[in-house]
Design a protein around this ligand. Sequence first.
Ligand code: NAD
Length: 316
Amino acid sequence: MNISKGSHQMQLNGKVAIVTGSGQGLGRSYALALAAAGAKVVVNDVDETQAKQVAAEIADAGGTAVAEPVAVGTSEAAQQLVSRAVDEFGRLDVMVTNAGILRDKVLWNMSDDDFDAVIHVHLRGTFTCAREAMKHFREAGEGGRLVLAGSPAGQRGNFGQTNYAAAKAGIAAMARTWAMECAKAGVTVNAVVPNAATVMTETIPFLAPYVEAMKAGEPIPSVVRRAASFGPPEDVAGLVVFLASEASGHITGQCIGIGGDRISLWSHPTEIRSAFLDGGWSADAIAEAFDSSVGESLETYGIPLPKIPTTQREGA
Ligand SMILES: NC(=O)c1ccc[n+]([C@@H]2O[C@H](COP(=O)([O-])OP(=O)(O)OC[C@H]3O[C@@H](n4cnc5c(N)ncnc54)[C@H](O)[C@@H]3O)[C@@H](O)[C@H]2O)c1
């Protein structure tokens, strides 16, 4: 489908947003885009220098931002972020829980520390920051926006990412749960499922050549932007601005994919087939009937590699 880029500038004037992990990568692009749309932004990162740099970049571009460096994951960090927004700017409208780390290993090599570190930042970081924001939204009574960070790994599973896939699947599950719980307060909850060239993705072998080319100032070919849904972080930021805005008030509980030239809607898990046996299913009955009933529809898993034609057709 071909759609115009949109003629009117989305406005977030008067809104206040927190973006966790916004010292670089996707978070940085979200903070810059939210500020460019008029929001005042609390730039959080565990890396103080980077958080301050992004806040300064926003100020240089005529926007308003403060840096609040802290490692998200604890309740105290979440309280610190919401307090900073309210103390500095008098309100909070949008919480973007973007901070993340990777500790990839196959199951049998993954240590307790590898597992806990990733769960702590992604799952607990999302939970604690969203909870603190929601407490504020309920008190203020003016609605709000929770924008979470999902991942294709959480939707499909991914080799070597036990901890990360579990955290991201948990975040998608929290988005669905919180969409129900937060609706009455006028708060929407959605997960962005991004794809972009960042420090996190530059080591993926299949994407590495495109990241290198991009760093050298070359554009990512159109066919890659479509088939692999892959481009710079700025391609993802429009979705975060949209989800932060009044225009998306009717959208909640969704996982929305974006990257390069593509936006997509992810399905939620649902029962796809069922069979019945009076009195219930014994192991023997299942063994007899499985392959010819529900087992005829076994699901695929893992992230499929995109098919990119070797000859890259411009505009394809
Ligand atoms: N890049 C992609 O294609 C992609 C794909 C799927 C999901 N994501 C998700 O998007 C988010 C951003 O990813 P990215 O690619 O920009 O990664 P990145 O590594 O470039 O940036 C992550 C940022 O989070 C910060 N951070 C790490 N731990 C933190 C903590 N405890 N508290 C505060 N800040 C912390 C880092 O310092 C860094 O600045 C992550 O949640 C990631 O899982 C990214």
